[in-house]
Structure formats: structure tokens, C-alpha cells
Design a protein around this ligand. Structure first.
Ligand SMILES: Cc1ncc(COP(=O)(O)O)c(C=O)c1O
Length: 398
């Protein structure tokens, strides 16, 4: 008998985004004027037609457990969406509705990887991928991306061995805003075939994409449907973060395993949210277009401001709502009113404490020397935040 805690849990980090969120909330409660650019959720309300569908579900008493893989009309709406957007046809047992894309990712990882298995994660990456892999009992293998954040395909192929089960990718990407090209995804697909592994494709930002960039799903490549596990959700496209609704699509045995994870943990996604999700997919899409147009304006502004700060390296942001910029030129320097700043974490701490702006350090995404800010805030807030960031960065002594 022992009251020691789980060894697997001690290997996990508390999600760095959640940890910073709590600290910022504390500071705000103390009355400090903090501009938060750390949170990854759209600042728009959920569109009215979707809210009304949720209210209707409550009034019509759709407030009970549902089928473990989600209600039939929602799975049908997802199947239609995937056929229209990706040109891929799924059967009803190849799609399952989950409690957010996050649970879909975790369930998919548990479905294909466990003790002794490895999952390749190109970095920088979404904060949760490596910890989710660890929680599933497998080993995350981090592989750096190229300096323009494209996939280092040779490094990925070299990292594959007999234990490798999958590569996990995100496009458009959090945190870098990179959209993978069809060519690089075709190359990745051929590695997956050669090495006989899965691709877990997180497409949650697919609609938030700028300029000439186009979303391409690796699942749409001939022969890749059964090898790809597509994860998507409603949080970003429909501003539904609190409704906790996502989905996973892939080979039917992968989906059956994913549903087992859900059935033994959260049982089903919220019934009310599922009815709202049907309206989100089948209803008018003009609110999505309006939101993306607004994000594009903010992206242009944020990108221009960052590029104008000497020493900051900010690449063009192709999608999602984050700027991920290189601040290595600002490290190893002394700042007014602060100690020597050596790491991106020190710099973010300094910006928060002295300039009251909350940003995420790149090391949270396994990319030290960078900072991520979200532009899911009003133009007014962004202007104030960038004034503060610029002043903070320029305040070093040498
Ligand atoms: C890349 C990525 N995947 C998944 C998620 C989780 O989304 P959900 O709210 O649907 O769980 C997020 C949320 O920030 C994300 O950025």
C-alpha cells in the first residue's frame, strides 16, 4: 500500500496556458490593468442562431445522455461537411462527436498508441500534444520544424522507428499560424505510407485562414483516408469554446476505440451542445465570414506593428489567430526595473509584471526564444497591448 501519487501524472505539466490564465485572473482581481493576449478563444459571441438552437434543445427536453458517439443528425451534418470541404466520404461509424477537439485528440491518441509506442510531434506545437501522448502511456518524440515553420520531412522520416504509431500535425497551426501546403502534406503522406503510421490531423483552425492561403486536409489524398485521423471542433469557427463540442473521424476501429475512451470517462458530449452543433454546421455561415474578415484586419495590424520593432522577427501569419515571433535578440540583456532577462519565460514575466501585458512564452510550445500573442481581442486592446510590448522591449540597457 502507498499513498504516493501516480508516476505518470508527475510527468505531466499543468497546461501552461491554463496556469498563466489563472495568474492573470488573480492580478485582475487585485485591480491591476492587465491586457491579456494569452488566451486562445475568439472574442466574438456564439452566433444567435446557434444559441437559439441550444435554447430550443433545453425547452424540448433534449437534456439527457445521448448515443456514445453523438446524436445521428450531428454525425450526419459532420459527414456532409467533410464531404463538401475535404471531398472525403465517411460512414456513420467513422465519425464520433466528442467533448471538444481536446478530448477528440486524447481519445484518438489512446485509440492508436500506448505503452512502448511513440508519437512524433513537430515543434513548435500546441501545448497539449506531448502531455496528452504521455497521459495515453506513449512517448512523445519532438522533432523541430524548419525555421519558416514548414515540416522538416527528413527529420520526421528519420525519427520513425518500429515503435512509431503516428505523427500529429495542426494546420492552420497554433502557435505559429503556419498553413501547410498541399505539396508538403503529400510528402508527409508518402512517409506515412512508407512507414505504415497514422497521421493525426488537427484542423480546428481550418476556416481561420488569410489571403491566398488555402486549407488542405491530408485525409483527402488518395489512400490516406484510413491512415488519417481528422480532429476538428466548434470552438474556434463558431466561437463555441464553452459548449465543449468537437469530433474525430477516421477508420472505424480507431473511432470505436475513441468512443470507448469517451464512454468510460465523460460518457457523451453535452446533449444541448450537440443540437447547437447541428445548427452551426447546417445553418447560415455568414457569421464565420464576418469573424474571419475581422481577424484578417487584426492580423494585418499586429503583423505590421511587430515587424516594425527592431530585433523582432515576425513571419507572415497565414492562419489561426496568433502571432508567434522571435525575441531572441532581446535575451541576455538588462531591462529598466528588471533583472537580467535570459529566457523567453523571463521576458513574458517582465512584460506581465512591468508592462501589464500577458503573452505566452515560446517554451510552452517547445520553442524557446519566441513569444506568442493571440489577436482574438478588439483593435483597441491590440493597439494598447502592442504599445506596451514595444515600450517593454525597447527598455533594455544595451
Ligand atoms: C490546436 C488546437 N487543438 C485543439 C484545441 C482544443 O479545442 P477544443 O476547445 O475544441 O477542445 C485547441 C484550443 O486552443 C487548439 O488550439
Amino acid at each position: 500500500m502507498s499513498t504516493n501519487l501516480s508516476a505518470r501524472m508527475s510527468a505531466l505539466r499543468v497546461s501552461p496556458t491554463t496556469a498563466l490564465f489563472s495568474k492573470v485572473e488573480e492580478m485582475k482581481k487585485r485591480g491591476e490593468d492587465i491586457v491579456s493576449l494569452n488566451v486562445g478563444e475568439p472574442d466574438f459571441p456564439t452566433p444567435d442562431n446557434i444559441k437559439e438552437a441550444g435554447i430550443r434543445a433545453i425547452n424540448e427536453d433534449f437534456t439527457k445522455y445521448t448515443a456514445g458517439n453523438g446524436i445521428a443528425p450531428l454525425r450526419e451534418a459532420i459527414i456532409n461537411k467533410l464531404s463538401k470541404d475535404n471531398g472525403v466520404t465517411y460512414e456513420t461509424n467513422e465519425v464520433a462527436v466528442m467533448v471538444g477537439a481536446k478530448q477528440a485528440l486524447f481519445a484518438a491518441l489512446c485509440a492508436v498508441a500506448g505503452e512502448g509506442d511513440e508519437v512524433i510531434v513537430p515543434t513548435p506545437c500546441y501545448v497539449s500534444y506531448p502531455d496528452m501522448i504521455t497521459l495515453a502511456g506513449a512517448k512523445p518524440v519532438l522533432v523541430n520544424r524548419n525555421s519558416d515553420f514548414s515540416l522538416d520531412l527528413k527529420a520526421i522520416e528519420d525519427a520513425c522507428n518500429e515503435h512509431t504509431k503516428a505523427v500529429i500535425i495542426c494546420t492552420p497551426d497554433n502557435p505559429t499560424g503556419r498553413v501547410y501546403t498541399e505539396d508538403e502534406l503529400r510528402e508527409l503522406a508518402s512517409i506515412a505510407v512508407r512507414k505504415d503510421i497514422f497521421i493525426i490531423s488537427d484542423e480546428i483552425y481550418e476556416k481561420i485562414i488569410f489571403g491566398e492561403n488555402r486549407h488542405f486536409s491530408i485525409s483527402s489524398i488518395e489512400g490516406m483516408k484510413d491512415r488519417t485521423i481528422v480532429v476538428n471542433g466548434f470552438s474556434k469557427t463558431y466561437s463555441m469554446t464553452g459548449w465543449r463540442l468537437g469530433y474525430v473521424c477516421g477508420r472505424k476501429d480507431v473511432i470505436a476505440n475513441s468512443v470507448k475512451v469517451q464512454s468510460q470517462t465523460t460518457t457523451t458530449p453535452p446533449s444541448i451542445s450537440q443540437y447547437a452543433g447541428v445548427e452551426a454546421l447546417n445553418g447560415p455561415q455568414d457569421s464565420v465570414q464576418r469573424m474571419v474578415a475581422e481577424f484578417q484586419k487584426r492580423r494585418d495590424y499586429v503583423q505590421e506593428r511587430l515587424k516594425a520593432i527592431p530585433g523582432v522577427i515576425c513571419q507572415d501569419i497565414q492562419g489561426a489567430f496568433y502571432a508567434f515571433f522571435d525575441i531572441s535578440a532581446f535575451l541576455g540583456k538588462e531591462y529598466e526595473g528588471a533583472e537580467l532577462i535570459e529566457k523567453d519565460t523571463d521576458l513574458c514575466e517582465y512584460l506581465l509584471e512591468k508592462y501589464h501585458v500577458a503573452a505566452m512564452p515560446g517554451s510552452a510550445y517547445f520553442a524557446p526564444g519566441f513569444v506568442r500573442i493571440s489577436f482574438a481581442s478588439s483593435m483597441e486592446t491590440l493597439k494598447m497591448a502592442l504599445d506596451r510590448i514595444e515600450a517593454g522591449l525597447k527598455a533594455h540597457k544595451c
